[in-house]
Design a protein around this ligand. Structure first.
Ligand code: PGA
Length: 251
């Protein structure tokens, strides 16, 4: 692992050879927090990026090293509308990759409801729930190739609250790999806003693969701009940036 420092910036990035190493490093941070605070609030992300971390957390739980019995989880986002029993929903993804393999009670799972009658009403409900919970202790974050975090898509403003959003064409193309055909990819989602992400006590930002290199460069080295939503993390006081060689290749 090597550390990259950025001139004039208060943060650095850790660069690893493999995504498995990132998974182990990130899991150590989460399991340490879990041991200190068994009722921690854990913010979670979907996508390929956090899968190695989730694999490590499942392993630690199966080995009896940690328990999620008293944890509450808060997912960043969910497609809208979506059949939440489908494995293509983010709830389905979380069940398959984490929830079904750990001792987390069902009632402790929080995620926007992709089957709600009205996306805006559901976004407001989720925002209220997040706000009442206070900041999560650790928020896991990936980054889109368009610089999004959660589904906070590039635009001319940071949206503070949970909101319904259209997905960019880039996101639809990126996510089409999970679907039979691009026409099946949902075009809308409900996402945690930038406010809840910035309220997290710690963010674990993970980026792997060459297709993230430009977004990572924009997020970490340029001035913060809503055109690259992840760049707001430059102002988060406690974000750990974990990259593989490819995602770090333009730094
Ligand atoms: P990915 O998605 O992990 O599947 O690349 C990351 C994201 O869109 O935030």
């Amino acid at each position: 692992m090597k550390e990259i420092k950025f001139e004039g910036k208060p943060y650095s990035a850790l660069v690893f050879d493999t995504e498995e190493e990132i998974g182990r490093y990130a899991a150590e941070i989460v399991t340490k927090k879990l041991c200190e605070k068994p009722d921690m609030l854990l913010g979670l992300a979907t996508g390929s990026t956090p899968v190695p971390l989730y694999r490590e957390l499942v392993k630690a739980c199966k080995e009896g090293k940690v328990s999620f019995k008293n944890v509450r989880t808060y997912n960043l986002d969910e497609y809208f509308p979506i059949d939440t029993k489908s494995p293509l929903s983010f709830l389905g993804f979380m069940r398959e990759n984490l929830f079904d393999h750990i001792d987390l009670p069902d009632g402790a799972i929080h995620i926007p409801n992709g089957e709600a009658a009205d996306a805006d009403v559901e976004a407001a409900r989720y925002e209220k729930e997040l706000f009442a919970a206070g900041g999560v202790d650790i928020q896991v974050l990936g980054i889109g190739s368009d610089g999004h975090i959660g589904f906070n898509e590039p635009g001319d403003a940071y949206i503070y609250e949970t909101h319904a959003t259209d997905l960019t064409q880039q996101t639809i193309v990126d996510n089409s790999r999970f679907f039979n055909d691009i026409s099946e990819v949902p075009t809308r989602a409900i996402t945690m806003g930038i406010g809840a992400i910035m309220r997290a006590k710690q963010c674990l930002f993970i980026a792997t693969g060459k297709n993230k290199a430009q977004a990572v460069k924009d997020a970490l080295t340029a001035s913060a701009t809503p055109a690259c939503q992840a760049s707001i993390l430059q102002f988060h006081p406690n974000t750990v940036f974990l990259l593989d060689q490819e995602a770090a290749s333009l730094l």
